[in-house]
Ligand binder design. Structure first.
Ligand SMILES: [Fe+2]
Ligand SMILES: [Fe+2]
Length: 316
């Protein structure tokens, strides 16, 4: 179902708040954030929050409220516009400091921290006022037909900034949030070490994201139970399964996304091997579906285990 104008704008707020918490964490780390993370943050705040989100409001909802009688010289609309101007000035400071930081000038980190801290505090307060005061006020003041015209207006502002603007920036936001989560999870291990750990697991992993695109598989080098090629990355998972089983894949993914199922498992014989294949929904801390993990394991050796072999016996 398509979203209403309020849902669209509030999803922008929510996405931006997630970016804020990730950036706060990364900026607070003693070693500072990675240049890649700062580049993404800069792109998202300048390109999306300032040039797109605030413009969507200033070009659609705000003028409609003004036409409906809300003054721009005082009252909630004036406050919102003044905050957009303050936010713009802070975004410009972030832009300058972030560009310098990414170019290697680490001395600008404090400047970046300061500007970002002030900006995030201002925006959080601003988003709250819009979500809880201004948007409900607009919903009361504007008739249904007028409100129905806001969504195309929002889409026009986005389209003027290039194709697929919202999705493009949401992807940057996601990348940024995930990069910080990954650092959290990896206790500062670098990506290569983390990848090597995953490649050492006695289980082959494949991951498809929330849009069902293949994003990762482990054990790229070396023998695999189900060989995969790098070409599979970014393709839809439906293209990786025989036609006759696609509807089952669809069913499992739909169940995972709807929270109806926590695992789907199969086991098959491949020559002398018993292969255990399991699919797991991957969710974030808030329970949001991030994708599906496939684990493939040769369990023949495990099936044959009897008795015990203790560490000391192994060493003997
Ligand atoms: Fe706003
Ligand atoms: Fe807003």
């Amino acid at each position: 179902m398509s979203q209403t104008w309020r849902e669209l704008l509030m999803t922008d707020h929510e996405t931006t708040e997630r970016v804020f918490s990730a950036a706060e964490k990364a900026l607070a780390a003693p070693e500072g954030p990675s240049p890649g993370m700062v580049a993404n943050l800069r792109e998202y705040l300048v390109g999306y929050v300032d040039r797109c989100h605030n413009q969507k409001e200033e070009q659609t909802v705000f003028p409609l409220l003004q036409r409906a009688g809300l003054p721009v010289e005082g009252g909630p609309l004036a406050v919102m516009l003044a905050e957009h101007r303050q936010a713009k000035a802070l975004v410009e400071r972030i832009d300058g400091a972030a560009a310098a930081f990414v170019a290697g000038d680490r001395a600008r980190l404090d400047d970046l921290r300061d500007a970002f801290g002030a900006y995030a505090a201002l925006c959080k307060d601003h988003f709250w006022k819009e979500n809880d005061i201004l948007y409900p006020l607009a919903a009361r003041m504007l008739d249904e037909a007028t409100q129905a015209g806001i969504v195309p207006g929002i889409e026009a502002v986005e389209a003027a900034l290039g194709p697929d603007t919202r999705r493009r920036y949401y992807r940057i936001a996601d990348e940024l949030v995930r990069a910080v989560e990954l650092e959290d999870l990896s206790y500062g291990l670098d990506r290569q070490v983390l990848a090597a750990i995953l490649n050492t697991l006695p289980v082959e992993l494949s991951f498809v994201d929330e849009e069902d695109r293949v994003r990762y598989f482990s054990h790229e080098r070396g023998e695999k139970i189900f060989p995969r090629s790098r070409g599979a990355i970014a393709t839809n998972v439906r293209n990786c399964h025989p036609q006759k089983s696609v509807h089952l894949v669809e069913k499992i993914l739909a169940d995972f996304k709807a929270g109806r199922r926590e695992v789907a498992e199969f086991w098959i014989d491949m020559g002398p091997r018993k292969v255990h294949i399991r699919y797991w929904p991957v969710r974030d801390e808030a329970g949001r579906y991030l994708g599906c993990l496939e684990t493939v394991q040769d369990v023949s050796g495990i099936q044959r285990l009897t008795g015990q072999r203790r560490l000391l016996e192994e060493a003997a």
